[in-house]
Design a protein around this ligand. Sequence first.
Ligand code: X2X
Length: 339
Amino acid sequence: MGVSRRSLLKASAAVAALGGVGAPFVVRAAEAEFKYKYANNLPDTHPMNIRGREMAEAVKAQTNGRVQIDVFPSSQLGSDTDMLSQIRAGGVEFFTLSGLILSTLVPAASINGIGFAFPDYDTVWKAMDGDLGAHIRGEIQKAGLVVMDKIWDNGFRQTTSSTKPINGPDDFKGFKIRVPVSPLWTSLFKAFDAAPASINFSEVYSALQTKIVEGEENPLAIISTAKLYEVQKYCSLTNHMWDGFWFLANRRAWEKLPPDLRDIVAKNINEAGVKQRADVAKLNASLKDELAAKGLTFNQPQIGPFRDKLRAAGFYAEWKGKYGEQAWALLEKSVGQLT
Ligand code: X2X
């Protein structure tokens, strides 16, 4: 190799080290020290993902780029059942999951979904930010997962159908309804003599479209953002349970973060959760007219007869036995007597 060629190579290496030929002043963003994935099952347009992305940006800024959280909506990384395995194994670092589905691992986590227990949001947040939520989070931690303090909102669930409206408990008889994968959900609809089928959310739209099931139940914010109105005709405002998403972290990934970064991440997740609650409540209150304009026919049944049916079927007594006196007392302290 001639001298001139060698010095040329040296010179170009020096330029490359300064940032590359032709762009010597561009400073490359440093790789984040901690690159974590946050997976969930909801559409990109749902407040959970809007607030989730905002949270990720705030975390990046406040940690000076040391922590990067990438958001994967719409079950892109797998169904809820898959993600529950992955959050335990470390395949994903963050995951939001309904307590009712989490109950396949942590039985206590479904208790807020007891049929017709919560009358309104005030009662929900008092319980979930209070003793009942603390009890559930304790059980989640015992199972080896990290859980943030503030549960995110899914909402009060309504029943949709392609065949008929639900006016009272008898309309559930023989009704083929999709439910999430959770013993409490199956038990609730069996108590109404319905025919519940456990299907992950990632398959719900197509299960409704191909009429594998007649109906499903979800809060209006999901019926809207997941466009379930395209494949359903009726929406009965049954308000049969309140459901929320626990913000979970893989324990090893969490403990790898130095304490100061952990504090920044937890603070931002909890703050985003509080904003997300307000967004969802607003949507669930305002979406009825919008969905009616898109073709859904609404009705509002009385809830008394549903509760009576559950009581007569022994539903409350059975679940009180499963959760135990202590947890049941925490629920009834918030919502009043159920059995
Ligand atoms: O699967 C559902 O229906 C959903 C999206 O509401 C939950 O995550 C429980």
